[in-house]
Design a protein around this ligand. Structure first.
Ligand code: NAP
Length: 338
């Protein structure tokens, strides 16, 4: 396999794209090997990389020529158009949108959980939904030890999960409320500052939000448990960065909280922070900027025969998106990190 020279980041000016650039920089990828792509909006834009700035080029089929791997941090509509174009140009495409995740021939990968799934691909690999990534990392060791019977989860998702415009909206609304000015609502249907919205993505005929359905279907695909009972409620909370998920699991066999903590601590990519009496548990502020999925509040749920609760927290822009995408690229592209 050839040694990749060129890594493209499509959507490089967005919340996930900027984090991808930061992670490539941390990995020591030289600026000469990186190309930043975004919409044609705005002329002469640059993004920071390697201590300097690199130009932002419009994303076109021609602009994808010569790239060995392209990390897509674009909407499903943009990815649907340009991911196949990148593959056509000979690149491996790692896509963060929902566009390809459930296609049977597209691996949906969390490297610590199902790296083997990446072995066979036809040029496209998908990065799962952010809340799904952190939940499956915590579920995997529980399943291997005791067998999952049912999972019920409620998310507490930060506004950066919606993108940069939503982060600005929380900032502006918070200032407006504190200053007593009118609150302007553009990204979300209601004020998000000092509020929680049980509404992430569109609702279907049964009243499920698409984000909830994504978490159910993607969890089953990644864990290779097509019949697993999963129920989810997704909530947007006025937190800038990092998602939390309250996860309730019912298992086939008994698993004590102590054994679950030991297994979670041994799981690659997971950190356990669980001493409630000392107020030691993961928080969204505390986990921001870190690479681990943090688990705490592990305890029995005595309402069922074999039940456990967990509080699972991870930085949605790093492990929930950019870091996981870079890790997938490192799995499948020879020569990464460069
Ligand atoms: N945020 C998260 O935590 C997270 C987690 C997992 C997955 N994802 C997924 O990752 C993707 C990006 O999310 P985000 O949060 O980074 O959104 P974002 O902050 O809104 O960024 C969107 C990016 O897409 C670019 N873009 C928009 N229209 C384009 C076009 N026509 N051609 C090329 N580029 C275009 C934007 O460039 P301009 O500056 O030119 O507009 C920007 O770079 C989405 O599919 C999202 O669902 C996000």
């Amino acid at each position: 396999m050839r040694t990749p020279q060129n890594v493209g980041v499509a959507g490089a000016t967005g919340a996930v794209g900027l984090e991808m650039l930061a992670i490539l920089e941390e990995r020591g990828v030289p600026p000469v090997a990186v190309r930043a792509l975004a919409s044609a909006r705005g002329e002469d834009r640059t993004v920071p990389f390697g201590g300097g700035d690199i130009p932002v080029e419009p994303l076109t089929a021609d602009a994808l020529a010569g790239l060995d791997v392209v990390l897509f941090a674009t909407s499903a509509a943009v990815s649907s158009e340009f991911v196949p174009a990148a593959v056509e140009e000979g690149a491996v495409a790692i896509d963060n949108s929902r566009a390809f995740r459930m296609q049977p021939d597209v691996p949906l990968v969390v490297p610590e959980v199902n790296a083997h799934a990446a072995a066979e691909h036809s040029g496209i690999l998908a990065n799962p939904n952010c809340s799904t990534i952190q939940m499956v990392l915590a579920l995997k060791p529980i399943h291997e030890a005791a067998g999952l019977r049912r999972v019920v989860a409620t998310t507490y998702q930060s506004v950066s999960g919606t993108g940069l415009a939503a982060t600005r909206e929380l900032d502006e609304q918070t200032r407006a409320v504190l200053e007593g000015s009118p609150v302007i609502t553009e990204v979300y249907p209601h004020q998000i500052a000092f509020n929680c919205l049980p509404h992430i993505d569109e609702f279907d005929d049964e009243g499920n939000a698409r984000e909830e359905t994504k978490m159910i279907l993607e969890t089953r695909k990644i864990l290779e448990l097509p019949d697993l009972a999963v129920a989810v409620t997704c909530v947007r909370v006025p937190v800038v960065r990092t998602h939390a998920v309250a996860v309730n699991v019912e298992t086939e066999d008994d698993l004590s909280p102590a054994d679950a903590r030991t297994l979670l601590a041994e799981m690659q990519g997971v950190g356990v922070l669980d001493d409630p009496d000392a107020a030691a548990y993961p928080t969204q502020v505390g986990a921001s900027g870190t690479d681990e999925v943090w688990v705490g509040r592990v305890r029995r749920d005595r309402s069922v025969e074999h039940g456990l609760w967990m509080w699972v927290v991870a930085d949605n822009l790093r492990k929930g998106a950019a870091l996981n995408a870079v890790q997938i690229a490192e799995l499948v592209v020879d020569g990464l990190p460069l």
